[in-house]
Structure formats: structure tokens, C-alpha cells
Design a protein around this ligand. Structure first.
Ligand SMILES: NC(=O)c1ccc[n+]([C@@H]2O[C@H](COP(=O)([O-])OP(=O)(O)OC[C@H]3O[C@@H](n4cnc5c(N)ncnc54)[C@H](O)[C@@H]3O)[C@@H](O)[C@H]2O)c1
Length: 313
């Protein structure tokens, strides 16, 4: 289908809803965006305009800003946001109760063949769609913040989601230049947050047990693992870290990783430990400089994204 005739409904105009609106609109899709909060809805176009202008200034979109913004329409009701759409992307607050309530309305108002996708970061689809007549067209499409710079989308269907729905969602995300991956079975936190959690838990353990400062542990990622992992995955990495590939790597080092994994305990995210890391961080970055630093991070991400887009994968 021609993208200009496709409409996507975005429900929730907070951080992630606004970002999705930008992702769909920059790919030529018409977007209707709705929020239950009138102030949030009133503010969203200004915030999206800033975002698109920033992307334009950084050569990450090439169309005139006004042309992209013209494809986004704030609407006053959820019913209107769901009318004539190919997909609704839901972005309300992260509770099962909120998702159940909004999904009941989305299922009532969206066309029967529209995909109902949730941005939830942790909740499996089956927790909030079981009782719906249209549960076969529901799934999670979890973006990575900010989705206009980090393209990964985790598509996680429930056991009752139809294959056609999964294929449609994967195709639409690919069409808007995202990188969809399929989570084959439901699991709390999907893939990205579980991998991130494993790394953070180990960093907290190493810190708590006095092996290194928080700053040095961050350096392990930013001057070490993260450099490789920014353009290739850990499996791809170890495939090149022994002359004959991944089996050779596992034969050389697998038993050591297996031994080490026995010493890698869970972490309780103890408040006292977090306060010590907070104190260390605030010495490096004052609290009132956090937003400036976040802006710096966004610019670094934009530069990295431009670099990635210029490279073959
Ligand atoms: N923030 C992140 O980094 C991130 C990343 C990936 C996914 N997510 C997920 O995206 C979702 C939204 O997160 P966010 O960070 O944008 O939150 P947010 O608080 O910025 O925005 C939520 C918006 O939903 C609106 N809302 C609440 N109930 C509503 C309803 N019934 N109908 C319509 N609008 C309603 C609120 O008014 C608010 O504007 C959550 O499920 C979150 O887990 C967040």
C-alpha cells in the first residue's frame, strides 16, 4: 500500500507517543495522535516540531519540516484516533489496568483488520488482551527510546495473536525504517531490557563488592564492549574473536564463562548502594547539568546514527 494513504493512530502523546508520531510521519504515513490529557495533547505538536527541526538540522531527515508535521493531526477522542487506521500504537502509562482500559476502547473502535500494538516496556500482551473479542490482532511493539534514533522494535505476540498480525506489524515497522525483531515466546521485559538488566545487575554486583568505581565500570562499556557492540552483536563479536568462529571461541573460553556464571549473583538494587553511585555520579555531573548532558547524549546518538546509516551492515 502507498504510505501516504496509510493512517496510524497514536494513543498517548507523552515522550514515546510523540516519538512514534515522528517516526511514522517521517516515513510518509498519516498520523492521528490522541491523549486523555488536554494539556498534553495541546503541547504535543510544539514538542514534535522541535524534534523534527532538530533531526532536520542534523541531516537525519531531508524533507522540509513542515511537510512532516503536516502529516500529524492531534485528535480529540480515542475513537477518532482509531478510525480508518492500519495500526494503533498505544503509549499510555505502564500499568496493566491502564492498558486493559485503553485496549478495550481500541478494540471497539479500530477497523477489524487494524493491528493494536503496545509500546509497553515490560508487560506481556496476554496480561491486558485476554478478554478482548479482537485479541488475535494485539501484540507488543516495544520501541527503544528514542525510536527516531534507535531503530530496534521488539514485536512480542501473545499465544492467541495471529501470524497475519505479526507479519503486518513487522512489515509496517520495517517500512518506517525501524528494525523489528520477533520475541517468539512471551517473557516479562522482552529481550532488550532483560539484556540491559543482566549487564546492570553484574555492574552493581562488581561495584557493591568493591571491584571498581562506577566510573571505571562505565568505561568498560564505553571504551570497551560498547564500541564493538554499537555495530555488531555479542554473538557476531565472538564469532570473530577466535580464528575458526564461534565454536572455536566456545571451545577455548566457554568453560571459563560457565565457571564465572556460577559467581554472578542476582542483585537487589539496594538503596544504599544506589546512593553511593549517585554520590559518585554527582561529583562528575551536577544535578542541574543533567538536562544539558542529555542534550549532549542526543547529539552523540545522532552522529552515531548518521555514521551507521552510511555503513553497510
Ligand atoms: N520512556 C521510555 O524510555 C520508554 C521506552 C520504551 C517504551 N516505553 C513505554 O511507553 C509507554 C509510555 O511511556 P512514556 O514514557 O511516553 O510515558 P509518558 O508519561 O511520557 O506519557 C504517557 C501519556 O499517556 C497519556 N495517557 C494516560 N492515560 C491515557 C488514556 N487512557 N488515553 C490516552 N492517553 C492517556 C498521559 O496523559 C501521558 O501524556 C509506557 O508503556 C512505557 O513503558 C517507555
Amino acid at each position: 500500500m502507498n504510505s501516504s494513504s496509510q493512517i496510524v493512530g497514536v494513543v498517548g502523546a507523552g515522550l514515546i507517543g510523540r516519538a512514534w508520531a515522528m517516526v511514522f510521519a517521517r516515513a510518509g504515513i498519516q498520523v492521528k495522535i490522541y491523549d486523555a490529557s488536554q494539556p498534553a495533547l495541546a503541547a504535543c505538536m510544539g514538542l514534535i516540531a522541535d524534534l523534527v527541526a532538530d533531526m532536520h538540522a542534523n541531516a537525519l531527515v531531508h524533507e522540509p519540516v513542515a511537510d512532516i508535521l503536516a502529516r500529524i493531526t492531534p485528535v480529540a477522542t480515542l475513537e477518532e484516533a482509531c478510525r480508518d487506521v492500519v495500526m494503533v500504537q498505544e503509549n499510555v502509562k505502564e500499568t496493566v489496568e491502564a492498558k486493559i482500559e485503553v485496549y478495550a476502547q481500541m478494540d471497539r473502535h479500530a477497523p477489524p483488520d487494524a493491528v493494536l500494538a503496545s509500546s509497553t516496556s515490560w508487560l506481556p500482551t496476554s496480561l491486558f488482551t485476554e478478554k478482548l473479542p479482537g485479541r488475535h490482532r494485539c501484540l507488543v511493539g516495544h520501541p527503544t527510546n528514542p525510536p527516531y534514533l534507535i531503530p530496534l522494535v521488539e514485536v512480542s505476540p501473545a499465544p492467541w495473536t495471529s501470524d497475519a498480525t505479526v507479519q503486518k506489524a513487522m512489515a509496517l515497522y520495517a517500512q518506517v525504517h525501524q528494525e523489528p525483531v520477533l520475541v517468539r515466546k512471551e517473557i516479562h521485559g522482552f529481550l532488550l531490557n532483560r539484556v540491559q538488566g543482566a549487564v546492570l545487575n553484574e555492574m552493581l554486583n562488581l561495584y557493591e563488592q568493591g571491584f571498581a568505581s562506577a566510573e571505571d565500570l562505565d568505561k568498560v562499556m564505553k571504551f570497551g564492549l560498547g564500541l564493538r557492540w554499537s555495530f555488531m552483536g555479542p554473538f557476531e563479536t565472538i564469532d570473530l574473536n577466535a580464528p575458526d568462529g564461534i565454536t572455536d571461541y566456545a571451545a577455548r573460553y566457554g568453560h571459563t564463562y560457565a565457571e564465572v556464571s556460577k559467581t554472578q549473583a542476582d542483585n537487589r538494587w539496594d538503596a544504599a548502594v544506589i546512593s553511593r553511585i549517585e554520590a559518585e555520579r554527582r561529583q562528575k555531573l551536577r544535578h542541574d547539568a543533567l538536562s544539558t548532558r542529555a542534550r549532549w547524549r542526543d547529539n552523540r546518538l545522532m552522529a552515531l546514527r548518521r555514521h551507521q546509516q552510511d555503513q553497510p551492515t
